[in-house]
Design a protein around this ligand. Structure first.
Ligand code: FES
Length: 83
């Protein structure tokens, strides 16, 4: 699993690749780590962090997800798996 050295600082997020998988990892202001798959459930593009909205946004077709792994807007219908 992810080592603490890989994790972002409080209030920051990053996509971390490990064992061929991409994880979207956000550490909130209280230091809690929220990790979901960075692979978009729609067609598997890698999502990007949106710092203004604190969401994971897909650059391919515009799906957006909360940092806790819930769909905000489609076309994706499914939530990305939590890590
Ligand atoms: S692959 Fe992400 S919205 Fe289509």
């Amino acid at each position: 699993m992810l080592s603490s050295a890989d994790l972002p600082s409080a209030g920051e997020a990053s996509v971390i690749r490990e064992d061929g998988r991409s994880h979207g990892v956000y550490r909130d202001e209280k230091g809690r780590v929220h990790a979901v798959s960075a692979g978009c459930p729609h067609m598997k593009c890698v999502t990007r962090w949106n710092d203004a909205e604190r969401t994971w946004d897909c650059p391919c077709h515009g799906s957006r997800f909360t940092y806790e792994g819930e769909v905000v807007s489609g076309p994706a219908l499914d939530d990305p798996p939590k890590r």
